[in-house]
Design a protein around this ligand. Structure first.
Ligand code: NAP
Length: 227
């Protein structure tokens, strides 16, 4: 039984992670912009003792305060799942300042800022994980179809590596995760994996890193990806 916080839990992979953690007996803090949606409300009915719903937009400057106020015990796993694709056009030439700011704030700056603010609530040997993407790998160079999204995930990976090398690095394993190509609103109908398959692999990957330390870029099958 672990204490797990999942940031971005309303649907898709985040909802799947929340459900799977509850099914295995974890206590789950689920952060969502709208925690009153039907899916989370149903889980709350099923697991009233084990699910704590927290309303929060992760990009809000006071998000960490709201989250901290709801935490009752140290976390084993702090997982930042929320992400957006950015503008449909994915074109640097067309991108407005607002589109770029929202994309990079949501996918890179906000999760890292929150992680730094909440790191003291993670037990020594815990895991702090970020949902990245193989499209964030500069070495693999697989983001040509979605360059703005890929750049935002590369920025997330870069910030994670910088944190790992800083004096403020927490005593936790730091992970960038690739969930596979998953059938969600973001991944689309043609994606390879259903949510449950990705989630089972992600939780095994995260679980294997408890008490291991280090900073790793791993996919849902525990394979190392190049940065
Ligand atoms: N699906 C794939 O194939 C794939 C592949 C690689 C990486 N990923 C990454 O995996 C993560 C989950 O993707 P998904 O496919 O499950 O996407 P999704 O179905 O579009 O769900 C995105 C989730 O992020 C939440 N979110 C977005 N911005 C937020 C904010 N500012 N504050 C709080 N929550 C916010 C959404 O909440 P709302 O309901 O409030 O909008 C939703 O719960 C993302 O980081 C994505 O980049 C996905």
């Amino acid at each position: 039984m672990h204490n797990v916080l999942i940031a971005g839990a309303s649907r898709g992979i985040g909802l799947g992670l929340t459900r799977a953690c509850l099914e295995r007996g974890d206590k789950v803090y689920a952060v969502a912009r709208n925690p009153n949606g039907e899916a989370l409300a149903e889980l709350q009915r099923q697991y009233p003792q084990h699910l704590v719903l927290i309303a929060g937009d992760l990009t809000a400057s006071d998000a960490a305060q709201h989250i901290e106020a709801a935490l009752q015990e140290p976390l084993d796993i702090l997982l930042f799942n929320a992400g957006i694709m950015g503008p449909q056009h994915q074109d640097v030439a067309q991108a407005s300042a607002d589109e770029v700011a929202t994309l990079f704030l949501t996918n890179a700056i906000a999760p890292m800022r929150l992680a730094r603010q909440l790191a003291g609530r993670v037990r020594a040997g815990g895991v702090i994980a970020f949902m990245s993407s193989q499209m964030g790998s500069v070495a693999l160079a697989r983001s040509a179809a979605m360059p703005l999204y890929g750049a935002s995930k590369a920025a997330l990976n870069s910030l994670l590596q910088s944190w790992d090398q800083s004096a403020e690095r927490p005593q936790a394993s730091l992970l960038a995760l690739h969930p596979g190509w998953v059938r969600t609103a973001m991944g689309g109908d043609q994606a390879d994996l259903d949510v449950d398959t990705s989630v089972a692999g992600l939780l095994a990957t995260v679980g294997a890193q408890l008490d291991q330390g280090g900073c790793h870029f791993l996919d849902y099958q525990q394979q190392t990806l190049p940065w």
